[in-house]
Design a protein around this ligand. Sequence first.
Ligand SMILES: [Zn+2]
Length: 343
Amino acid sequence: MSDHSDQLEALVADVRARAAELRDVDAIDALKTEVLGRKGGRLSHVMAGLAKIPKDEKAEFGRRANDAKREIEEALDRARQRVAGASLDEALSHRYDVTFPAIPPHTGGLHLLRHTLDAVVDFFRSRGFAILTGPEVEDEYHAFETLNIPADHPARDNMDTFYLPRGGLLRPHTSPMQIRAMLAHPPPIAVLAPGKVFRRDALDASHSFMFHQIEGLHVDRGITFGHLKGFATDLCRHLFGAARRTRFRPSYFQFTEPSAEVDVSCHACDGAGCRTCKGSGWLEMGGSGMVHPNVLRAAGYDPEAFTGWAWGLGLDRIAMLRHRIDDIRTFFENDLGFLEQFG
Ligand SMILES: [Zn+2]
């Protein structure tokens, strides 16, 4: 009895020890076949000794053998569960680590020029201006004639305009929107018209054949140059900070009289002179002036009753000044590394 019982104990202990070390299901199945196989299995080998056991001990031995079989099966089951759990853990650790930092999705953002335009539009919209857009392909009537630039006038050559083969042209300024706005609406009128303009300029750090202007127009009874100065000063403070000063330099444009270039004090050096302002302490914002009586007349407004101011701001230039960008080409090269700094 004791020999056979010891063999059963030893077999169970052996299976438990080996099953605890196994790492995959195939090895567990192999161990099961080795121990519990109907032919040649180690348990059946021990059981074969049953015939030699005294009759009164057979029942006890049979019970011990059944226990041993159950204990072996339990050890094999535990091994199976452990292996299954380990492979799940491994899968989770490789593919589903919920604590791993997520990769942020790649989303687009507004272009720097759009951000800058929004800042200008916010300023004017809060003061009651309407925002207009108009055609980039213009005719000479809106682009020149109604703006007091007759056909033989040299100012047309100075614009370096792109003329299209079948007539028409790419607008060299946003000023045609003054005429289109006034033709569509009786006075008073206060509009902002941003958009692309085109000139036959060679591409370099400060010139592009396509850039952006923001036309402003304000016509009513009693509008004076003082209104223009007030708007220009407030806008520059809105864009560049409360400490900014503006100055007006006499200039000449066909469609305004008097005309002035608007400068803002350099925010980089506060007017002392630096590289950004090329030592002058001032930065150019754009051309402006009081709307020429001929322009009002061309739009059907009475210049005896109504006056107004107008200007064309350079949007690209404002963005360059606000963000200290020294090359206009970077706006149009679609370099994400550059653009994402301002997204
Ligand atoms: Zn400066």
